[in-house]
Design a protein around this ligand. Sequence first.
Ligand code: KET
Length: 520
Amino acid sequence: MYSASAIDKATEFCFLLCHETSYNYKYSIRVPVTESNPHHCDPIIPLLLAMTIIPSKMMASTMLSLVSAALPLQENHKGKMNLGSSDCSSFLRKEKRNPFMKTKSFGRINMAIAVNTSRFEGVTMAPPDPILGVSEAFRADNSEMKLNLGVGAYRTEELQPYVLNVVKKAENLMLERGENKEYLPIEGLAAFNKVTAELLFGAGNPVIEQQRVATVQGLSGTGSLRLAAALIERYFPGAKVLISSPTWGNHKNIFNDARVPWSEYRYYDPKTVGLDFDGMISDIKAAPEGSFVLLHGCAHNPTGIDPTPEQWEKIADVIQEKNHIPFFDVAYQGFASGSLDADASSVRLFAARGMELLVAQSYSKNLGLYAERIGAINVVCSSADAAARVKSQLKRIARPMYSNPPIHGARIVANVVGDPALFNEWKEEMELMAGRIKNVRQKLFDSLSAKDKCGKDWSFILKQIGMFSFTGLSKVQSENMTNKWHVYMTKDGRISLAGLSLAKCEYLADAIIDSFHCVS
Ligand code: KET
């Protein structure tokens, strides 16, 4: 039973509601009313409409019961339904604190209303990603001359994406075997973890024999770096990661998101267009003892400049002296020299010294498995026992992040690397890919040298290795490359030679010369 005044108020409430359908009455009705869909309403609305058409007190009484019954339990309090009462206004006062709610007074009745303001109003627009955002801009360009040299992804001479033959063969094997899609263990596919560590350290390496490597399959290089960053954050609180200047654009994001402090060490010297080796050594020396030193295992991104074997030895010396922990990012094994073993020599040199180290691996580039997200994090420890504990913690980090990794890419790698015939075929294909990049590098250099009337020395392009060339073009010059020449590249002056064809070298040379000499 409800009092007469309550029924009066309910009648008025329903009447007002029907005239204010663009508001969302807090108590009983959550109506997402938008401009394009102004009449979308809760099932309770028709009842309320009926209520205004036949505004009898009996109907209001029935309505009140219905509304009461329809309310979720926690909202179905007599006090709250006591419209216009002090209980209600105290509730409304609470609502006022919510920045997305506004209250409105209709004479005797206060209504809590949600205006058409998003709960995500405070979310600002993120800038496009400096690397992957370039591909988005490229897709939107209709020019026939356009060239995507932004992302490091291998293309054929026809500038088409390339699926390696060994990958197709490995996929066929998977189909023939009728393999299932059950969840993988958190650490990933055992066969993958075995071959990936062997590919990196070399089968028979003592670190593997002595079970001192904790290997966990990751979501490609990025995901593997992120797992390691989380491990650092948990077990080395306050430890710094030293990052080369410049570096791959995502490194800083990864450590920022993992709340791991980082600082930069000198790496690139624009004057010599080479390695600032002395600067690098002194910055590593100056860092607090026990820092992590992030090193590009081969084919440094974006500079394409790697230390010589002698320089690697000296880097290892100073890291050991300072009790730092080397942390390798190996995203281009096989792409720097064309040889998988040669490209892992930096990592193996550190492992052979008995140092503890971390290595993130990626199969995006060398097996062309970009979208399969396959890679691994390897932590070399001084004992098998420590490795087992580290592995258990990596799994603990992975479980709430993504539970367990995808199986498809892991099987491809396991099939290719684990099968001697496919493994050899892969090496041949990789040499072909690396060879094509070397050819365009040479042709670009030739074209630049022939066309540049100012006689600039472009030979640094030939000294750089891997997928990229660091052109030395400034931000505005890089923008000119895109705006005037439709050449898409990152704003740090990096071009991906893997996205260039011999046929486009002359055009690219024209664009570079124009941007370099005519834009400042
Ligand atoms: N490390 C380095 C040095 C690197 O260049 C990349 C990718 C990665 C790790 C990670 O790749 P993943 O696909 O997560 O295994 N670099 C290219 C693509 C990208 O930016 O994501 C690039 O620089 O174009």
